[in-house]
Design a protein around this ligand. Structure first.
Ligand SMILES: O=C(CO)COP(=O)(O)O
Length: 153
């Protein structure tokens, strides 16, 4: 796969997601990192977004609830370069009825090479990075070249 470099902007669109067993942890984490998060643009799955907005007063664009399609909506936004970072406190001790959607979201985050944190320790490291405040280069699939090779089939 050919790749190209496309910058992630200094003001990042950050997706916030937590499974039910991790919602309290994400809410506490958002309060702890409120100052940094307030400099970026926040998105979330439905329930997570409502809780964060209510308890931190940070503005959040709320999509559908995860089991109703919210993970898939976030995945589509990653593929369209509308989301630049994913903080996903998924619960390793509970199975989810929408596990395929969760896997698809994490897969698209890997395809499009955005920073992802799946636990609090990694999320702390991401938010404390100097790179949160600057534009950063990332390699991502060169979709035009990918399409051109497929057209030869
Ligand atoms: O299920 C989720 C992620 O897979 C989160 O969805 P909610 O934020 O609606 O609970």
């Amino acid at each position: 796969m050919d790749t190209k470099i496309q910058p992630l902007p200094a003001t990042k669109h950050i997706a916030l997601v937590a499974h039910d067993g991790k919602k309290a942890a994400l809410r506490a984490w958002c309060n702890q990192h409120r100052a940094v998060l307030s400099q970026h643009v926040l998105y979330a799955t439905g329930t997570t977004g409502h809780i964060i907005e209510r308890d931190t007063a940070l503005p959040v664009t709320k999509l559908l609830s995860g089991p109703m399609g919210g993970d898939q909506q976030l995945g589509a936004k990653i593929a369209e370069h509308d989301i630049h970072m994913l903080i996903f406190f998924w619960d390793p001790l509970a199975s989810q009825p929408h596990d395929p959607d969760v896997k698809a979201l994490l897969r698209l985050a890997a395809v499009w090479n955005i920073p992802v944190a799946c636990n609090e320790a990694t999320a702390d490291m991401l938010l404390s990075s100097d790179l949160m405040q600057c534009e950063i280069d990332r390699h991502l699939p060169d979709y035009d070249k990918y399409l051109a090779t497929r057209m030869d089939k």
